[in-house]
Design a protein around this ligand. Sequence first.
Ligand code: NOJ
Ligand code: NOJ
Length: 465
Amino acid sequence: MPTTTLVASDPLTEWSNERKEIALQKVMANISPADGRPGAILASPSKKKPNYYYNWIRDAARTMRTLVALDSLPDYKKTLDGTLKPYVEFSKFNQSTPTPSNSLGEPKFLVSGEAFFGPWGRPQNDGPAERAIALVRWSKRLIKNSQKTYVATELYDGKEPSSSVIKADLDFVANHWQEPCFDLWEEVNGTHFYTRTQQRTALREGAALATVLKDPGAAKFYNEQAQAIEDDMERFWDPENNHIKTTLDYVGGLNYKYSNLDIAIILGSCYAYSKDFPFYSPNHDRVLASAFAIHNAFKDLYPINTITTGRDNSPMYPGIGRYQEDVYNPNGGKANPWFLCTAAISTLCYQAANLFSDQCSIVINDQNIGFLLLALELQDTPLTLDSGDKIEMTSACGRGILNGLRNLGDAYLRRVQYHGANDGSLSEQFDLNNGYMLSARDLTWSYISLIIAIDLREKLPLDDD
Ligand code: NOJ
Ligand code: NOJ
């Protein structure tokens, strides 16, 4: 398909260009705070209401992974290596310091690198998997740039037990993925779709690195465990409700998420997406079915969602929260929408469009039809779909789906634009009644989620005409 870059005159593109830059600066400002050990990454500079002045393994890893994925870091005094190497040292400190769970699944640390000993939902076993993904991807770059020795000594040494950061994490994931743990929202103890997606991508990509570094026994073991996770993940599908379930095998913790539907499903699919080892990718039927269910769950949940046109008078879609029953930081009994959850749907749309554009055709079925029709609603020319249709990507309908997904992603992105502050700053949440920003200010993850969405939007193939 002929492609071209996004036109600079589109107001959302202009906004995106500017905000991606600001978001990156804000992220860099949260790295290595002066009062911490180099390499620590603040979840947010907020010290009270809420106190997010910690390094969460999950947030930090995602930050590093995103920086690695960007083609270049703008000139913020630090290079990619200059940012990642202290992070590696900080991570090693985290891995070896005593913690309450005495496990690599310990979720958050003080900025000094030492353990946080207060009560918390622990362990959270997505953490080591996310850190492994970040560092495996960085290793691939380093090997290409003739830094294999650093990789083979500091990151993956092939020893057992290993004190090298990636190997320690992969061994932990491969040996402990069956165990229940707390979810990414730190609330429910059980088996989580989100956690599983990260664990299996870590093992698949980790196995590939182990092969390159001549550790075939480990590569085999990681691949076997990844296969076992993949087989087990079939259990998450809920054919009756037509979406993926977020948690199985409930052990304890919060117990009122009756829908078992959570934006974590979308975050899992998007963040675990692996080009070389795709699995439940953002264009997967079941992921699209879940996205449609989430859209429906949230569209009437918050008063601000009645505003349906954005700053440029174009369609604006619902603000999205974590799950419909959420009461964290309640506002009249209900939790608020979050920037990173709203940006996640945007990300899904752009990523799905990217992946579909590489296919010859799409077969429409009862799982993907809802979300694809939602995308087609945002098309100028009316188009419809039926289960069983085989849509060629080059047909008018195929092109309509790609454009529709882009428009849908944009409609969600406008929600972030609408409620974000004029100076480009983003907190964690926005008020369900009046849209003003709330809770942790300058949340690293909010910025990262925006950078990820915009980066994918920039990569979209567009019709020439
Ligand atoms: C703090 C966690 O970070 C948040 O995700 C959770 O909802 C609350 N604790 C309540 O358990
Ligand atoms: C609370 C969120 O629930 C959790 O996912 C996150 O890691 C921390 N805040 C820090 O941003």
